[in-house]
Design a binder for this molecule. Structure first.
Ligand code: PLP
Length: 394
């Protein structure tokens, strides 16, 4: 028959796209839209990294590599994991993929059987539930409420665990909340994972964008939890390399082998030139990260203070990444300039229509009392955009 894939037809388009597509269209029509929608650093890839890619091309390093990535890059990743995270891995534990998103896909494909449950935090990064479903597993949503700093608490986490639970997804620093777990909080999660013998998929893609406290990898608490953890990281956010598409995992050799085999048939190696650029990113000058972090801290501080000065909305101060979750619950049911707000989508549409400001509705992250604002945009844009929001909520 000509039926299409029942499983894949259920994979949803991201609701965040509706607003960003509308904002883009308005921009193209010449309307001055301020966008808080960005999911990538507004910085260029540092020059020494771009130069390394050009040199690789000129040298003729343009062929296939090992499916799991060049040994030299996998060694550079091991060195990074040792230095930054006190983790001992060998190149055989590392799989380099086409971005951390692809790494997450590989992980779930490697560990899940049909009907397995994977715990996903709410608010969640939009792709987590869909990635779980792609692997024939079932996302089990666990609330990480603002009152708990947008973090899992041990009790509700343990309550969600069943005999079918295969893994917990952990994302610190977090998208969309900017939350960074403390070492003690991570230890609680590690203890639960070890006690119930379930995997932890630790998405550490925003590691370098930690402003308060310190990023700690949950895998670093000992052999038991290390064996259960699949560390996911990549170049996109730390080195402003979103378009280069390089991410990686560190895991047991068994899991790495499955991922390598799957990847060898699905995509082969990630882009060779981007791999050379990534070696330079990891081994070269790290100063550009500090400059980026300085800018993000200044913007975050401004944004958090300003938001909390506007009546009707509020936010907690995020410790990392480049997002602020704005609590809009006090605006629900209220009417502004003739428009009644019933949901985060209404709120986002109202801002876009009335003052030309684009924000991402929380419904895309499984939580309707919030909108997400990204500060991966200039301080001038942030000031202008927040002034407009203030005017819209008067
Ligand atoms: N994980 C989280 C939480 C993210 O926000 C993103 C990107 O937005 C990714 C993973 C994927 O990053 P990439 O595929 O660009 O490496």
């Amino acid at each position: 028959s000509k039926d299409l894939s029942m499983k894949n037809m259920k994979i949803t388009d991201s609701v965040t796209l509706a607003i960003t597509a509308k904002a883009k269209k308005m921009r193209a029509d010449g309307i001055d839209v301020v966008s808080f929608g960005a999911g990538e650093p507004d910085f260029n890839t540092p020059k020494h990294i771009r130069d390394a890619a050009i040199a690789a091309i000129e040298k003729g390093s343009n062929g296939y590599t090992a499916s799991s990535g060049m040994p030299e890059l996998r060694q550079a990743i091991c060195d990074k994991l040792k230095e930054d995270n006190q983790l001992d891995y060998k190149p055989e534990n590392i799989v380099v993929s086409n971005g951390a998103k692809h790494s997450l896909h590989n992980v779930l494909m490697a560990i899940c059987n049909p009907g397995d449950e994977v715990i996903v935090p709410v608010p969640y990064w939009v792709s987590y539930p869909e990635l779980v479903k792609l692997a024939d597993a079932v996302p089990v949503l666990v609330e990480t409420p603002e009152e708990n700093g947008f973090k899992y608490d041990g009790v509700s986490l343990e309550k969600a665990i069943t005999s079918k639970t295969k893994a917990i997804i952990l994302n610190s620093p977090n998208n969309p909340t900017g939350t960074v777990y403390t070492e003690n909080e991570l230890k609680t999660i590690a203890d639960i994972a070890v006690k119930h013998d379930i995997y932890v998929i630790s998405d550490e893609i925003y590691e370098k964008l930690t402003y308060d406290g310190r990023h700690v990898s949950i895998a670093s608490f000992g052999k038991e939890i290390k064996d259960l953890t699949i560390v996911v990281n990549g170049m996109s956010k730390a080195y402003a390399m979103t378009g280069w598409r390089i991410g990686y995992t560190a895991s047991t050799k068994e899991i790495a082998n499955i991922m390598t085999n799957v990847q060898s048939h699905a995509t082969s190696n990630p882009n060779t030139v981007a791999q050379y650029a990534s070696i330079e990113a990891l081994k070269g000058d790290q100063e550009p990260i500090n400059e980026m972090v300085k800018a993000f801290i200044e913007r975050r501080n401004y944004m958090v203070d300003k938001i909390n000065s506007i009546e009707g909305i509020s936010c907690r101060k995020p410790e990392g990444a480049f997002y602020v979750m704005v609590n809009i619950s006090k605006t629900i049911g209220k009417t502004f300039r003739g428009k009644t707000i019933h949901s985060s989508m209404d709120f986002a549409e109202y801002l876009l229509d009335s003052v030309k400001v684009a924000v991402i509705p929380g419904s895309g992250f499984g939580t309707d009392n919030y909108v997400r604002l990204s500060y991966a945009t200039s301080l001038d844009n942030i000031k202008e955009g927040l002034n407009r929001i203030e005017a819209a909520l008067k």
